[in-house]
Design a binder for this molecule. Structure first.
Ligand SMILES: Nc1nc2c(c(=O)[nH]1)N[C@H]1C(S)=C(S)[C@@H](COP(=O)(O)OP(=O)(O)OC[C@H]3O[C@@H](n4cnc5c(=O)[nH]c(N)nc54)[C@H](O)[C@@H]3O)O[C@H]1N2
Ligand SMILES: Nc1nc2c(c(=O)[nH]1)N[C@H]1C(S)=C(S)[C@@H](COP(=O)(O)OP(=O)(O)OC[C@H]3O[C@@H](n4cnc5c(=O)[nH]c(N)nc54)[C@H](O)[C@@H]3O)O[C@H]1N2
Ligand code: SF4
Ligand SMILES: [Mo]
Length: 612
């Protein structure tokens, strides 16, 4: 028996008990206070994926057109990569190389160690703006931190609000914490998700109207001595009746919500990542936090978590030019980038405006190195593909951006063929580059020791239980409403005549794009029956969906849980399997905060495909 730790980009960071005597088997660690002995739906496929015949085992070298390869040895593939890196550094400098990476594996060594290499060569640096960064930045401006409460304290709350998040699918152990508490549960989400169905109250504003919703709550609260003095005159205008016209939420329901927020204290708000992927999404997060401050609940939000981990030690200090992640295609158009080195990410799936991204990489003939477990869309575009190890095949530590436990991940099997972990790959690359600095060759054990020492973790306990509690680092909350008034005045709801708003939330089946190739994702376009009636569409119809970014074809699913005026296509499905995914339609416009993502502010037209 060994302990694994789930390194997927997920709130829960589960501790897993793994056996590999009679075949690989996993189960949730029953001792872990968050994991609580069960894993999520998508974990069912971790073993299938790791043992899959589809795993990459040999490096591939492009031959002719993108997508055509021949197998080569690891030795040879790395020689090609190193030669190219040296050539680019000579011709135009390290900043012409861009690591394109994210949280495909967010275990500490796998995530941070490769940065030591890229910092050594002085590469450009990717600004992570794709997921939650706009909301984080917005919280930091208002409160000085985006680190919120310990989710285990949810049990002490009288009320819990899930605002623009679907934990029944995306944070299953958080959902369990809420459901096993005595708290009244509110959900604010345009979609009638499984979370909304399981809540006591579901408030369903139109997407992008959370700001007027909060302003009307403050309007109600102003009659009960809650004084939003920074924006008093604005709040006066937002009566529940007025806000109801913008949000689509009945005035009486707004009043009831406001009174519950007043009377059911202490309450907590889990502020979602999904809903802030909107134009003004960061500001919406800030407005919610402002309301919480006025009600004396400042610290009771859940957003990020931080612990005493020395990230500079783990990854080094980046000094290169910053390239934004969300609108990567536009960044590549205006900057001289000659190599994309992709690991822990599937950008030719997960980034918006795929048509432009693929076109720019092709037009500028950008050299692509891709380190992944599978031949996904990004790998199919590569010049060199290097097979990656699964988390059963290396040692690492996994922290959490949600709770306060670190978990140990123990190697239980060898990687197939020449597959290699992130750590080992960058050690080999450093050696081939002729580098000598010790930090580029530091072993996994040495790194883990240093991290555990910093965190004061008792090794015996960690190896006995698979995890250890660590201290949350938050610092003082410093309230600073400067600029809030001007920002709120700049808000207006966005609509497009004749279009539906496209939401691309997280599905239940996979994590990001993992593992559509193993068991298949939902690729339907989900539409409310009343919109379908207006557009003369029936369940199962083949539909064409289009806007200025692209055109896709798929089948329609009539789905009453979808808000009128919106359409849902889940993110993550593989274009190479289906010919398209939602990011062929999504906007790469960015928000003011951190140039953050705004995919949920995409508008599309939907029509039936006519038989010819
Ligand atoms: N339309 C739309 N698009 C979205 C979103 C949305 O809401 N709407 N959400 C966005 C969000 S929140 C996120 S976080 C991103 C996620 O997007 P990505 O960060 O691209 O995540 P994944 O698609 O899971 O891709 C991770 C890749 O890492 C690989 N991988 C796993 N482990 C390892 C390893 O140890 N080493 C290496 N080298 N590779 C490994 C996996 O096989 C996989 O191909 O998607 C974003 N895209
Ligand atoms: N199963 C599974 N779990 C995951 C992941 C996964 O890929 N699969 N990925 C992880 C990652 S990377 C992330 S970022 C999280 C994301 O976790 P969530 O935040 O739960 O993600 P989403 O499903 O994108 O968005 C949640 C909800 O936001 C709503 N929404 C959209 N626009 C608005 C709006 O304007 N206002 C309001 N109030 N709501 C709105 C949508 O209807 C949707 O139901 O999940 C993590 N957990
Ligand atoms: S994806 Fe999330 S809930 Fe599922 S096993 Fe991993 S950490 Fe746990
Ligand atoms: Mo994310």
């Amino acid at each position: 028996m060994a302990f694994s730790a789930c390194p997927k980009d997920c709130f829960d960071s589960c501790s897993i008990i793994t056996e590999n005597d009679k075949g690989l088997r996993i189960r949730g660690n029953p001792m872990h206070p968050i994991t609580s002995g069960f894993l999520c739906y998508k974990a069912k496929f971790f073993v299938d994926a790791a043992l899959s015949e589809k795993r990459l085992k040999k490096p591939l070298l492009r031959e002719g057109k993108r997508g055509k390869f021949r197998e080569v040895t690891l030795e040879y593939a790395l020689d090609v990569v190193v030669e190219k890196i040296k050539e680019i550094i000579n011709d135009c400098g390290g900043e012409c190389i861009l690591p394109v990476e994210y949280a495909g594996n967010r275990a500490l060594i796998s995530y941070y160690f490769p940065r030591r290499f890229f910092n050594r060569i002085g590469s450009s640096v990717l600004q992570h703006s794709l997921c939650d960064e706009a909301g984080s930045a917005a919280l930091r401006t208002l409160l000085g931190t985006s680190v919120g409460m310990d989710p285990e304290d949810l049990r002490k709350m009288r009320m819990i609000v899930f605002w623009g998040i679907n934990p029944a699918w995306t944070n299953v152990h958080g959902w369990r914490l809420a459901k096993t508490s005595n708290a009244k549960i509110y959900v604010v989400d345009p979609t009638r998700t499984d979370t909304a169905r399981g809540a006591d109250v579901h408030i369903d504003p139109r997407p992008g109207t959370d700001i007027p919703l909060v302003l009307s709550i403050l309007n109600v609260l102003s009659n009960y001595g809650i004084d939003a003095k920074e924006i008093g005159d604005i709040v006066l205008r937002y009566t529940p009746e007025y806000a109801s016209k913008i949000t689509g939420v009945d005035a009486s329901r707004i009043r009831d919500f406001a009174l519950d927020l007043l009377n059911e204290r202490p309450f907590a708000v889990h502020i979602g990542y999904g809903f802030q992927r909107n134009i003004k999404g960061g500001l919406a997060v800030k407005t919610i936090a402002y309301m919480m401050h006025l009600l004396g609940m400042d610290g009771n939000f859940i957003y990020d978590a931080k612990h005493g981990i020395d990230y500079v030690y783990l990854g080094g200090t980046a000094r290169g030019r910053i390239i934004n992640q969300v609108n990567l295609a536009r960044e590549l158009e205006r900057n001289d980038i000659r190599m994309l080195f992709v690991y822990n990410m599937n950008p030719l799936n997960s980034l918006p405006n795929q048509n432009l991204l693929r076109e720019v990489i092709e037009r500028k003939n950008i050299f692509m190195v891709v380190h992944d477990l599978f031949l996904n869309d990004t790998a199919l575009f590569a010049d060199v593909v290097i097979p990656a190890a699964s988390f059963f095949e290396f040692n690492d530590l996994v922290d959490s951006y949600y709770h306060d436990y670190i978990a140990i991940n123990q190697k239980v099997m060898a990687p197939p063929g020449e597959a290699i972990s992130n750590h080992d790959l960058f050690v080999l690359l450093s050696r081939k580059m002729g580098f000598r600095e010790h930090y580029l060759f530091e072993g996994e054990d040495e790194i883990m020791d240093k991290v555990l020492n910093d965190l004061n973790v008792n090794r015996d306990e960690l190896y006995r239980k698979g995890f250890a509690r660590i201290r949350r680092v938050r610092g003082e909350l410093i309230f600073n409403p400067e600029g809030l008034r001007e920002e709120i005045e700049s808000y207006s709801p966005i609509e497009r005549e004749g279009y539906l708003r496209l939401l691309s939330p997280t599905g239940i089946h996979g994590v990001g794009s993992q593992h559509d190739n193993i068991h298949g994702f939902d690729i339907f376009a989900h539409m409310n029956p009343s919109d379908a009636l207006n557009l003369n569409l029936n369940d199962g119809d083949r539909v064409v969906i289009k806007n200025e970014y692209g055109t896709v074809e798929t089948f329609l699913k009539i789905d009453p849980s979808v808000k009128i005026g919106t359409i849902i296509i889940y993110r993550g499905s593989w274009p190479s399997l289906h010919g398209w995914n939602v990011n062929y339609l999504t906007t790469d416009d960015v928000q003011e905060y951190s140039m953050g993502a705004a995919m949920n502010s995409t508008f599309v037209k939907v029509e039936k495909v006519r038989d010819v």
